[in-house]
Design a binder for this molecule. Structure first.
Ligand code: ADP
Ligand code: MG
Length: 525
């Protein structure tokens, strides 16, 4: 529908004829509906008894997951307002690594509450102001919920476990995984925080998830260039090369005008001696393990195998960079320049076959503190979901350790926030008070959803939780084994990092207020 303005009797087109335009309440309500629908779609996955989703893409590729960010990412959402809720989950994932479902669900309910307010003729600006004010109160409430206890290994393990409950961990107890996760994060702790990027996760199918372990180094998908090479080298000096160890491709293509057997032999000899030259240079350098980003000639590989040198060829650039940073090697582009100063070092390098390929383990690298969680599982789906669960757990443990601030989980923090907001709303004048109260109602959705997902009555649970909060200052809906009880989450080790809650409030508020403020959608064809 083209927009027309009349100017001196002449119609003036300011939009192309094909563009779509929706305005006013229609625009608001269609955006709100789309945003709510997205949040609704992940609601059933929230919490320890949250269900999984199976997502099938147009190519038939299947992903089974409980992870909010992954679900929203795989869903291929097109509506621009819905896309903003997806971005809430994305930014949550990026900033703190967990709480993506919570953030999306809160954002959806902020929109739902806004819809009701709009129907009651509360202006969008008032809603936005009220929401911002409520978000400020929420952040204060989170500060008040922060645990007094020091964040030690025990608490970190509980944080890891809380983030992993409800995720398919392939029969592996969350407890032993949590231990691995905490050990990994402790390993990369530095004076002023945590070097999260130094913890890698590598998946490999073929064993039970019980075989998941922490490797004190890095793992790369590479196999030795020759069968006879040693599978393991201890106390290894390492060279990382960008050199083709063979007759250079260019020279092979050059045409030899060979018209006698002598010339042919000479040509072969020349090639042989070139190849032998590479092999000898490397062997003489005293290096134990060579990684090169280029090809290695079969003859060079065989010669080096005889010399007991372990060689990996055709290395990907990112693997090469990882090995450089783990071992302290310097990349060398010309074999003639190779000298001892370029060597990196590792306590142990070993190559292991896993049926569908070989992995190289570079352990105890001299230059880096990198560790890798080596995730095992029977099938691709199991290891993939395990990887997501472990990645989330690594993120929350790193977040909790870096800030030293944790809050009660199981809905207790959301109950406390809603309570404080309602208390302060009483002192806020005019219609804005309605919006502030609506914000509190939107937060109730987290404990309500936890209740619904564990088969409890959401309303009864909410009433009991509020009463519990009133009397004890802390009350969550805790799932412990088969039991569901209302109690102090700290007592049960249901603990979330404070930053996960802060980020959820901030990103959900931002997206919801942005969507509410829109009253005109103009879409080009
Ligand atoms: P998100 O994507 O928001 O992290 P999850 O499905 O991981 O969603 O659920 C997280 C919520 O589950 C948090 O509110 C957390 O406190 C809660 N939770 C974790 N473990 C338990 C438990 N044992 N009992 C009750 N709630 C729990
Ligand atoms: Mg989670």
């Amino acid at each position: 529908m083209a927009q027309q303005r009349r100017m001196g009797g002449q119609p003036m087109f300011i939009l192309s004829e094909d563009s779509q335009r929706t305005q006013g309440r229609d625009a608001q309500s269609s955006n709100i509906m789309a945003g709510k629908a997205v949040a609704e779609s992940v609601r059933t996955t929230l919490g320890p008894r949250g269900m999984d989703k199976m997502l099938v893409d147009s190519g038939g590729e299947v992903v089974i997951t409980n992870d909010g960010a992954t679900i929203l990412d795989e869903m291929d959402i097109e509506h621009p307002a819905a896309q903003m809720i997806v971005e809430v989950a994305e930014s949550q994932e990026e900033e703190v690594g967990d709480g993506t479902t919570t953030a999306a669900v809160i954002a959806g309910n902020l929109l739902g509450e806004a819809e009701d307010l709009i129907e009651q003729d509360v202006h969008a600006t008032t809603i936005v102001e009220g929401y911002h004010e409520a978000a400020e109160i929420a952040l204060e409430a989170i500060d008040e919920q922060v645990s007094e206890s020091e964040v030690d290994d025990e608490i970190l393990k509980q944080v890891a476990e809380s983030s992993m409950t409800g995720k398919g961990t392939g029969g592996l107890t969350a407890e032993s995984l949590a231990e691995t996760v905490v050990e990994a994060v402790r390993h990369v702790e530095v004076d002023d925080g945590v070097e999260r990027e130094n913890v890698g996760v590598h998946t490999q199918i073929g064993a039970s998830s019980n075989a998941t372990e922490l490797v004190p180094g890095i793992i790369v998908d590479e196999e030795p260039a020759h069968d006879e090479m040693p599978a393991e080298v201890e106390d290894a000096s390492i060279a990382v090369l960008d050199v083709e160890l063979g007759v250079r491709t260019g020279e092979v293509d050059a045409e030899y005008a060979i018209d006698s057997i002598d010339q042919l032999n000479a040509a072969i000899d020349a090639e042989e001696s070139e190849v032998r030259g590479y092999a000898e240079t490397i062997a003489d350098s005293g290096v134990d393990v060579v990684f090169t980003t280029d090809d290695v000639d079969e003859r060079v590989a065989s010669f080096l195998a005889n010399e007991g040198v372990l060689v990996f060829e055709d290395l990907g650039d990112s693997d090469a960079r990882d090995i450089v940073s783990a071992t302290g090697a310097r990349r060398v582009g010309d074999l003639e320049d190779l000298e001892e100063a370029d060597f990196g070092h590792a306590e142990r390098i070993r190559s292991e076959n896993f049926g569908d390929g070989d992995l190289a383990f570079v352990e105890g690298g001299a230059a880096a503190e990198a560790v890798t969680v080596f995730v095992r599982g029977g099938t691709e789906h199991v290891v993939d979901e395990l990887e997501r669960a472990i990645t989330d757990a690594l993120d929350v443990v790193a977040t909790a350790l870096a800030s030293g601030e944790v809050v009660p989980g199981a809905g207790a923090t959301e109950i406390a926030i809603a309570d404080k907001i309602r208390e302060e709303a009483a002192g806020i004048e005019g219609r804005k008070q309605l919006a502030v109260n609506a914000f509190a109602d939107a937060l109730d959705v987290v404990p309500r959803t936890l209740a619904a997902n564990t088969g409890q009555d959401p309303i009864d649970s909410l009433v009991d939780l509020r009463a519990g909060h009133e009397s004890a200052g802390r009350a969550g809906l805790i799932t412990a084994g088969e039991e569901v009880t209302i109690d102090d989450p700290f007592e049960y080790g249901v603990i979330d990092p404070a930053d996960v809650k802060r980020e959820a409030i901030e990103s959900a508020t931002e997206a919801a207020t942005m969507i509410v403020r829109i009253d005109d959608v103009i879409a080009a064809e």
